[in-house]
Design a protein around this ligand. Structure first.
Ligand code: S3P
Length: 169
């Protein structure tokens, strides 16, 4: 079975949707950020603080290559994985790439209680989200399926994905 690769901005709902898909399809979840934290023995914020974003992106690309070789998994990616097209190219070999989209206001609401997103720890997170989202939009659109998640529950989104991928899985 092909992997389902979930991409999208921080707070787009990748983890919650991955859990729903996993329950509905009986597929295991691979959370790339969690795998990176396990492998590096420190959390993402610490990797950013100690080694910088550029090093994090290298670690992330190595992880993308590794998990791209799996089969039958729901792969939940970090929001910046799309920035290097080679990551998406390798994840797509054995997987279908599904991007979850949301507005900056929704993303702010969903991320406001989180402390493990170093890129959003700024004075004006809404402005930062808007700027990053605009810059990244074409990268997120490099997907087999793009889903608008506004006003939908994770379960509704999972159902929409399954319905759209029925013939591709
Ligand atoms: C990032 C998203 C985060 C994490 C890191 C960088 C990004 O993952 O990989 O903080 O650049 O968008 P989530 O999308 O799971 O929050």
């Amino acid at each position: 079975m092909r992997n389902i690769v979930l991409t999208g901005f921080m707070g787009a709902g990748k983890s919650a949707v991955a859990r729903e898909l996993s329950a509905m399809l009986g597929m295991r979840i691979i959370d790339m950020d969690a795998e990176i934290e396990k492998e590096q023995g420190m959390d993402i914020s610490t990797i950013f603080a100690r080694f910088g974003e550029a090093r994090f992106r290298e670690i992330e690309s190595e992880m993308a290559k590794r998990v791209a070789g799996l089969a039958g998994a729901i792969i939940s990616t970090g929001g910046g994985v799309v920035l290097d097209a080679r990551n998406i190219d390798s994840l797509r070999v054995k997987g279908t790439v599904v991007c979850l989209m949301a507005s900056p206001e929704t993303i702010l609401r969903r991320t406001s209680s989180s402390r493990h997103r170093p890129l959003l720890r700024v004075n004006d997170p809404l402005a930062k989200i808007t700027e990053l989202l605009e810059f990244r939009r074409p990268y997120y659109e490099n997907a087999d399926l793009v889903i608008n998640t506004e006003n939908k529950t994770p379960r509704q989104i999972a159902c929409e994905i399954i319905e759209s991928l029925k013939w591709k899985l």
